[in-house]
Each structure stands twice: as C-alpha cells, then as structure tokens.
Design a protein around this ligand. Sequence first.
Ligand SMILES: *Cc1c(COP(=O)(O)O)cnc(C)c1O
Length: 404
Amino acid sequence: MAQEVTRATFDEVMVPNYAPSAIIPVRGEGSRVWDKDNKEYIDFAGGIAVTALGHSHPTLVNVMREQAGQLWHLSNVMTNEPALRLAKKLTEKTFADRVFFANSGGEANEAAFKLVRRYAYDHFGPEKHEIIAFNKSFHGRTLFTVSVGGQAKYKEGFEPTPGGIKHCDYNNIEQLKALISDKTCAVVMEPIQGEGGIIPADAEFAKQVRELCDQHKALLVFDEVQSGVGRTGTLYAYEQLGVTPDVLTTAKALGNGFPVAAMLATEDAAKSLAFGTHGSTYGGNPMACAIAEAVIDIVDTPEVLSGIQKRHDLFVKGLTAINEKHHVFKDIRGQGLLIGGEVVDSLAGKAAEFIKASAAEGLFVLVAGPNVLRLAPSLIIPEKDIQEGLARLEKAVAAVMAAQ
Ligand SMILES: *Cc1c(COP(=O)(O)O)cnc(C)c1O
C-alpha cells in the first residue's frame, strides 16, 4: 500500500534547502498539469526550461517504454547504441566533433571546466589556469560550478572554493580586456543569462570575446544548459549569435525532464580529456540517450523551430497588453521562449509574488532573480494555452498590484 503523503511530509523528511509550494502536481499532458485535488494549471514554466516538448509527449513515452524493456544501464566499460546515435546527431548538428555525456547541467559544466584546465595544462603548463566568467552568471551548484558562477550567495559558507577564477560584468568588453591575460585558460559564458535575469549577450560583445580568447589562446565555453535545445529559436543559441565556442554544455531540455546532459567539444579540445581523466557512472546510459535522441529528432525540425518565434511574438504581445493596463514591467525581453519581464521599481525584489498569485489562478510561472518574471514554456505550447495562460497571468498581476 502506498503511504499517504502531503506537503507537510516535506517539512518532516526533506533537507530544507527547498521551500516548495503547497501544490503537489500528479499528472501532466502537453502544457497542462493537474494537482492532487484535480485543479488544472497551465504550464508557462516547463519545470525550469526543461519540459520543452510538454508533459507526457506520446513519442517520448513510447521511446522510453521501448528502451525500458531493452536495456537501462551498462557501465562505461561498454558503449551502447543510443549513446552513439545521440553523439553522432549532436556532432552532425553542431560545431562539435566530440561528446561527453553527464546527468545534469552542473556535471556537464564540471566536465567543461576540468577540460579547459587540462587543455591549458597539456599545451601551455600549469600557470595558464585562470577561468574568467561573468557576474550574475549561473553554472550549477557543485563547488566548482558555484565558484565559476557569478553569484556570491551560492558560495557563501562553502569556502574554501576552487581558486583561479575571475569575474567581470556581462556585455562589458573593456572589463574583460583588463582581466584576460596569457594566464587565462578559458572564458565561460551563457549566450543569454538565464538565472541572472534573462539578459542576452550583445552580438558585438560575443564576437569580441571570441577574438580575445583567440589572441590569448584561451578556450571559449558556452553554457547552453538553459538556452540550448531550441529554447531561443535555433537548436543552440550560438547559431544566432554568429560566434562559435570551443566547448558547449547542454542539459535541461535535452531529456525533456529525464536527467541527461552533454558537453560538446572540438576535436582539438576534446583530446585533453584523455583516457582515465574524467568519468561518470550514469553518464551516457542507454535509457537517457534514447530519450534525448528522440527529443533532438523532434525539436530540430522546421515545424518546431519555426513555431518558436510565432509563440514568442504572442507572449510579448500579451505581456505588453498586460503591462499597458497594470504598469508592472519596466522591460520585457528575451529570445524565443525564454522571456523575462523586469518589474517596475515599486515592485523591486518582489517578482516571486507572481509565482504564488499565478498558482492561485491556475498558472505556473518562474522568476529569474528577485526582479524578473520568467516564462519558459514548452516549445510546442498550443496557442489556446498561451491565450488562456496570459488571461490567468493578467488576473494574477491584478491581484499582486491590488495587494501593494
Ligand atoms: C540550470 C542551469 C545549470 C545547472 O543545471 P543542473 O542540471 O541543475 O545541474 C547550469 N547552467 C545554466 C545556464 C543553467 O540554467
């Protein structure tokens, strides 16, 4: 017999690092989710930019069922067909020649950061070990990734953290010029900062970052954990920026909710993760790779990719209309289906109030930092769900404004 559990159970048995809402969802279909009381929600969050093909996508359910009846796991002493097929697809569709599989964004970044250190060590010696990253960036929660990440609060109390890491302001090329040197082994950036507040990189800035990396023989790492797999309208965001990295990490939407991640690299960079230098027990397991292969097959089609800009325009139009009535945002920005609304100064620090108010109206939304409402819905969310969700969002906004 299944034990009865409620939200209160969380406070009894879980480590208190999360503070989940009172809702316990039990079922999802497309962009709709139902909780234990059968209340329906529209999902503008997609987990956190994860369920890019919505919930219970029939093709993914079938692929998962089929693979589940065949083979779940081996070890990295053996390879498997789904991993090889997925790696082939990822290399055919991107700049990359080589792939390393992991289980989460943080782990893919951990592999990337170890790779850039090892690459510089192999080619130039141990002095060349500095990593430059950007303020407000987010790269994961392991000790190395919180250290490269540009948000001090995630490091607090966990020191000593790995050294040799410097930070500068995003989109500020002069600061980067002042920091970069022949000791720099890599520059790490998100092509659009997600957790930091939905801030896209300027194309000119990104181009100059690439040039500075080349001048100083440093590798360029793009963290596309959030921006990848169609989120910004192309399979990866770097395609639109017109700047090609040496190393790219991808996770979140790659498994549509099943844990899987990858680090993609050029042939030259990949050589530095030679036999025995790095590994993962679960990384590249056949179950995860079969699902990710199906996700890539579906996302990387003209039908899905061409629908993203259309949906972006509907969201921006809807948010603009809400704003004209309620004067809640001072900026509405983003790319594809990663959209942010920065709240006006009178609501500073209060973006999270929209999560609760939206849930009450039957809608899931996200925040990106204290001041930005973030939407990261399914890439194939039906127009009807967009319109219904925006109507619910307007009610939530009105409720938040009335309570001020
Ligand atoms: C979510 C995220 C990560 C961390 O991914 P996990 O799967 O939670 O480890 C890293 N980088 C970026 C840009 C992210 O958005």
